[in-house]
Design a protein around this ligand. Structure first.
Ligand SMILES: Nc1ncnc2c1ncn2[C@@H]1O[C@H](COP(=O)(O)OP(=O)(O)OP(=O)(O)O)[C@@H](O)[C@H]1O
Length: 248
């Protein structure tokens, strides 16, 4: 975390000893994280490790979940989920600008749609769009608000492999332009190494690994350093893979 003039911190997210549980069962058992302004964090962890629980805590969507700890998040944040959560009865542009005030809302919404490659689709209904296009609308709806923090819970999890690759490129472009801090929950180790400045692994209710990814961009899966980082993360996730035995 880089200090700025006056000794203030540049962190936009800070948690200390964050705890959450359901029905007396602890899920988050003391999570300490800091996310710097504009930093891209990927959050990995086994299924059921509490990734979504942590994301929902940062989104302050978990008012009904018992817990404790310190939580400091910006009010100006937005959330993208695995499904686009568009309102089916509202046209695409109206979905993007829903709740957005100001005289230029429609203009800003159109610009956001153009940024995600959907210029000209303003009047379409959500059901007329593919799954990938609907997620583009969800990204436009988030970024038109210029959030300080973008929380994304497996946003590409339901997309086919090719669409997912395109969305990775798009998300990187959008983040370079808008510079939100990002917390991306994903199951996909390659997605994490491809996109993130730092990868966190959640295990047993706390951050078990905090791995900085210092590869130059654009990143490629074929880079030996990429492969090395992937292996470190897979090991941390408990994926033990036997080396492929030589057959000759
Ligand atoms: N509303 C809830 N009520 C009761 N238990 C819950 C609730 N939400 C989550 N849990 C439990 O908390 C644990 C963590 O769930 P969470 O969805 O955060 O994990 P996750 O790491 O995001 O999982 P996945 O990768 O499978 O999506 C799980 O055991 C889950 O069953």
């Amino acid at each position: 975390m880089a200090p700025v003039a006056g000794g203030l911190s540049e962190s936009v997210v800070r948690t200390k000893d964050l705890r959450r549980g359901f029905d007396g069962r602890a899920v988050l058992r003391g999570v300490d994280i800091e996310i710097a302004r504009g930093e891209f964090i990927a959050l990995l962890g086994r299924s059921g490790s509490g990734k979504s629980t942590l994301l929902r805590a940062l989104a302050e969507l978990d008012y009904d979940v018992p817990g404790s700890g310190e939580l400091d998040v910006p009010a100006n944040r937005s959330v993208v989920f695995q499904d686009s959560r568009l309102l089916p009865w509202a046209r695409v542009l109206d979905n993007v600008i829903l709740g957005l005030g100001g005289p230029n809302a429609r203009e800003r919404g159109k610009i956001a749609l153009a940024e995600v490659g959907l210029a000209g689709r303003e009047k379409a209904w959500p059901k007329e769009l593919s799954g990938g296009e609907q997620q583009r609308v969800a990204l436009a709806r988030s970024l038109v608000r210029e959030p300080e923090l973008l929380l994304a819970d497996e946003p590409f999890g339901a997309l086919d492999a090719l669409t997912r690759i395109k969305m990775h490129v798009l998300l990187q472009e959008l983040c370079e332009r808008h510079r939100p801090a990002v917390l991306l929950v994903t199951h996909d180790v390659d997605e994490a190494v491809l996109l993130a400045d730092r990868v966190l692994v959640l295990d047993e209710g706390s951050i078990a690994l905090d791995l900085r990814i210092e590869l130059n961009r654009p990143r490629t899966h074929r880079d030996p350093e990429f492969i090395e980082l992937r292996e470190i993360l897979l090991t941390s996730l408990g994926v033990d893979r036997e080396p492929v035995a030589a057959t000759a």
